[in-house]
Design a protein around this ligand. Structure first.
Ligand code: HEM
Length: 183
């Protein structure tokens, strides 16, 4: 199944990105610092969402409109007293078909899984507002993830198809890591 392969193949990219996000979180001292972290997410997620939109149709993923998206980030940033301006530069992964779009969406939907840990860490730094994005689907998270994974697995059956999605997921992770700098 694609879900098994993609998780294994993106493990090190996930760890690399997680390290950068945690480092940035540890430096949070104010709402403005947290808004700046969210701006990195917003710049990238908003751009990737636009790139995958033509391929993620309602036929493919019927509940797409109900899923978390970068509008949550915009709302959080504004709640923190900041705005979606002065955004960091981003480079998109290659998205030219449904399999690549699903690989990219895997990264964005999967980021909800680390959300509760992120919300908990933010709480320790005194940040309790602007957390709608990282709160994800709350108790429905497991169910929403299961539905997405089911669609992804049904779409990529051959090894060649799986490889296309895996490559796109790794590129999506790596290009997001670059938004946080090369160090
Ligand atoms: C502080 C930062 C982060 C932490 C602590 C974290 C932690 C986690 C944890 C605990 C899981 C669940 C693993 C499991 O149940 O097997 C997970 C899954 C995942 N995370 Fe993260 N994460 C972080 C950031 C991110 C970011 C920024 C992204 C992408 C933009 C991301 C993408 C994913 C994906 C795609 C999965 C699903 C893996 C799978 O089951 O296939 N994570 N993360």
């Amino acid at each position: 199944m694609l879900s098994t392969k993609i998780k294994e193949a993106t493990k090190s990219a996930h760890q690399g990105l997680e390290k950068k996000v945690v480092l940035k979180m540890k430096a949070i001292r104010s709402n403005a610092d947290y808004a700046d972290l969210l701006k990195h997410f917003y710049a990238y997620f908003n751009a990737v969402e636009k790139a995958i939109k033509p391929y993620i149709t309602t036929d493919l993923l019927p509940d797409h409109a109900e899923r978390r998206n970068s509008e949550y980030l915009k709302k959080d940033i504004e709640e923190l007293g900041s705005q979606v301006d002065d955004l960091p530069a981003v480079t998109l992964p290659e998205i030219n078909n449904t399999l690549q779009a699903l690989g990219a969406m895997y990264v964005m939907e999967g980021s909800i899984m680390g959300g509760p840990i992120i919300v908990q860490m933010l709480g320790k730094y005194g940040v309790n507002t602007g957390v709608s994005f990282f709160s994800g689907y709350g108790e429905a998270t497991g169910m929403m993830w299961g539905k997405f994974v089911g669609v992804m697995n049904a779409e990529a059956k051959s090894e060649e198809e799986k490889d296309i999605a895996v490559l796109a997921a790794n590129e999506t992770f790596e290009r997001f890591s670059k938004v946080f700098g090369t160090a």
